[in-house]
Design a protein around this ligand. Sequence first.
Ligand code: PGA
Length: 238
Amino acid sequence: MHGNLRQNADLLDRIKAGVASIGCDVAVCAPFPYLGQLQASLAGTSIAWGAQSVCEYSEGAFTGEVSAAMLADFGCRYVLVGHSERRGLYGETDAVVAAKFKAAQMAGLVPILCVGETLVERQSGNTASVVARQLSAVLEACGIDAIARAVVAYEPVWAIGTGVTASPEQAQEVHAAIRRQLSERDVAVASGVSVLYGGSVKPQNAVELFAQPDIDGGLIGGAALVADDFLAICQAAS
Ligand code: PGA
């Protein structure tokens, strides 16, 4: 929940200008009121765009919610589901996240499924089981084929917005486990799906993180608010 029309316009202009010479896939996910701004600003560019949440229901009396069909209606491609702030601050359970994932795909959107453990869960040795449980909820509800039409993001909660990044080895370990879990159902889907790392990615740590064999890119929060930092991270990904 950052930005306003003027700041966004400036940020988008800088990102558009910088990304043109960088060979990596880039998408921007903004709060709902600014999706129209993304649509107008990014039309005709290589930058895709998306929303940060979506309602799990397709239509009806859900005042204040935004459906996947509404997002798709004006060209939105991606939507985050299960970001840790949605899980933690707004009580989104694994079941709700799975329902949102399904609703997004039914409208033709590409969900970016966020999974990750809290600090307490990591310290008590439960990282693997928490991430596996979060992934299983979607696999049970939507099946492995649905993962082929999605993006997965590993975001350790303790690393988001804290300045503390998972070490490349810590991140790689979880990314490999995610791929192992998927490969139990389908090897091709497991190796083909993009698994992004998120949590205090910065220009200073991006190269090392993205060099890990199972890290395909990043989900960038704070550093995306500074065009030069975001572009440096894109450069690292390319
Ligand atoms: P951060 O945020 O890069 O500021 O840690 C990541 C996120 O919110 O997904």
